[in-house]
Design a protein around this ligand. Structure first.
Ligand code: G6P
Length: 496
């Protein structure tokens, strides 16, 4: 008998499109979560029967949802849920992206937002229905058609914070060997910020996650903040132990013990380097090298996401050029931002702000022979990899970030060594702090000074730091996973 392993996430490992002939074609979905979990599952697959439950995100996905989509042989079977569009919109856009994401990244302009009125109550009811739909599908898959040697359920992120409790309630004591884990790939807010949520919602999120046996985060800070919220908001019994890695504490709530643990996410360095050798990436390397024409390159690669702090990053570059004229004509900033969540008004406004500030910098400093800034708002993965390959300086300055993979991928890809200017508020700062130049993401002047230090760094020092960063990034997950896969957060739990 095999173990049954279920993954649940809003965005799944495949997305569908209608071809010109109306036929559905699937392609692998994007994002670090999907890449990381898919890899862990592939390693698990021979010993377990796996399935992935996700939401249908488009009309083509909805059509596929009714045919129980089949994928390439060997790929994880996917069950897509056709959640009614209005429910999905309220749960995903209004609650998950506009409230929970904003709380955990502390993004609200608090004199004005948030305001929790009747509309929020309707959104919250939809979020409950959405979580119910996932719990029902997971319960169905957990029971399955043949007996199994135990069930492990890996529930991902803030979209599904109620699902662990709902699933536990559905399966009751009927399962002798049931393990439920919930993983947050985001930061977690401290209690003073978290408690701005209406009481019923704030308590339900914590209670929902404590339906899991194992609650995972990428950094000690986020796990500790979660423990703090459980104590302060639920009055749950919290004990703390561990050394900031692996288990950091337990929460006893409603007679059930949840272990809270830290599982950083690292980089599969050999696979990433092999991808960067492909022709599409090499072609971009050539073009970027010609465009740089011997100038130094400051690179950033992000989603156009408020928490990524792109505008302050541009402000810091502007301050560098204004206060250090010696860099005029000798540096180019490549700012690659791929579009994200454009249905949320704040994201559209932010993208416009990014374009505006970039245009101002070009107008202020550009000359006929020197374009100081290249901003591209489009999704071009090979070009992003190429930019990391040729970067002299990598700027990663999020306001808050669960982990941040770019900060780890950049040094792994770098050919001649890159200096990393990194926000101290990224989860990755906990492992990369020794060799990165850490900055307060709100301090534009400090960031400008760090950019100068990074540009002026002697080649040998930049190479040494970059190699050390790459080695750390490649080793992160190996520290806790016997098979050295990069998804210890999933693998160690489901293989245990
Ligand atoms: C980022 C976060 C993940 C989250 C994902 C959702 O990658 O790190 O925690 O699940 O965004 O993005 P989406 O594009 O699906 O809204």
């Amino acid at each position: 008998m095999k173990k049954r392993v279920l993954v649940a996430s809003n965005r799944g490992p495949v997305s569908y499109q209608f071809g010109p002939d109306g036929m559905l074609t699937g392609r692998r979905g994007g994002g670090g979560l999907v890449a990381g979990v898919a890899e862990g599952l592939a390693a698990t697959a021979p010993e377990a029967e796996v399935a992935w439950i996700c939401a249908a995100l488009s009309d083509a996905d909805r059509a596929a949802a009714h045919t129980r989509a089949t994928e390439e042989p060997g790929a994880v079977p996917v069950r897509m849920l056709d959640i009614p569009p209005d429910i999905f919109d309220r749960a995903y856009n209004n609650v998950a992206n506009s409230i929970l994401w904003f709380v955990h990244h502390m993004l609200f302009d608090t004199p004005n937002q948030p305001r929790f009125g009747q509309e929020f109550r309707r959104d919250w009811a939809a979020y409950q229905v959405y979580n119910e739909a996932f719990a029902a599908a997971m319960a169905d898959e957990a029971v399955g058609s043949v007996p199994s040697a135990g069930v492990r359920v890996l529930i991902q992120d803030y979209h599904l914070s109620l699902a662990p409790r709902l699933l536990r309630d559905k399966l009751g004591g009927g399962h002798a060997d049931l393990g439920i884990a919930h993983f947050s790939h985001t930061p977690w807010a401290p209690p003073d910020y978290y408690r701005m949520l209406p009481a019923e919602a704030g308590e339900a999120v914590l209670d929902g996650m404590l339906g899991a046996d194992h609650v995972g985060f990428h950094a000690d800070r986020w796990a500790t903040a979660f423990l703090d919220c459980c104590a302060a908001i639920l009055g749950a019994r919290v004990s703390r132990d561990g050394d900031g890695y692996g288990s950091v504490g337990q929460v006893v709530h409603r007679g059930h013990v949840s272990e809270v643990a830290v599982h950083p996410l690292g980089v599969d360095a050999p696979a990433l380097r092999a991808r960067a050798e492909a022709d599409d990436v090499r072609a971009h390397v050539t073009v970027l090298g010609q465009a740089a024409a011997g100038r130094k390159l400051i690179v950033r690669v992000d989603r156009t996401e408020l928490s990524k702090n792109i505008v302050r990053g541009l402000d810091a570059y502007r301050e560098l050029l204004a206060t250090r004229p010696e860099w005029h004509g000798r540096v180019v900033h490549l700012a690659f931002a791929y579009p994200s969540r454009s249905t949320v008004p704040e994201y559209r406004a932010y993208t416009e702000q990014v374009r505006q500030v970039a245009a101002e910098i070009t107008a202020e400093f550009g000359t006929p022979d020197w374009n100081p800034l290249v901003l591209e708002v489009k999704d071009d993965y090979p070009r992003s990899l190429a930019a990391c390959t040729v970067a002299d300086v990598l700027l990663v300055n999020p306001i808050r970030d669960g982990m941040n993979l770019v900060a780890q991928e950049g040094p792994v890809l770098s050919e001649r060594g890159c200096a990393l200017v990194l926000s101290r508020e990224a989860g990755a700062a906990a492992t990369l702090d020794g060799d990165a130049l850490l900055v307060n993401p709100y301090d534009v002047s400090e960031t400008a000074a760090a950019l100068h230090q990074a540009l002026a760094m002697p080649d040998a020092e930049r190479r040494r730091r970059s190699d050390a960063l790459a080695a750390t990034a490649a080793a992160v997950t190996g520290r806790s996973c016997s098979t050295n896969c990069r998804v210890a957060f999933a693998h160690e739990y489901c293989c245990a």
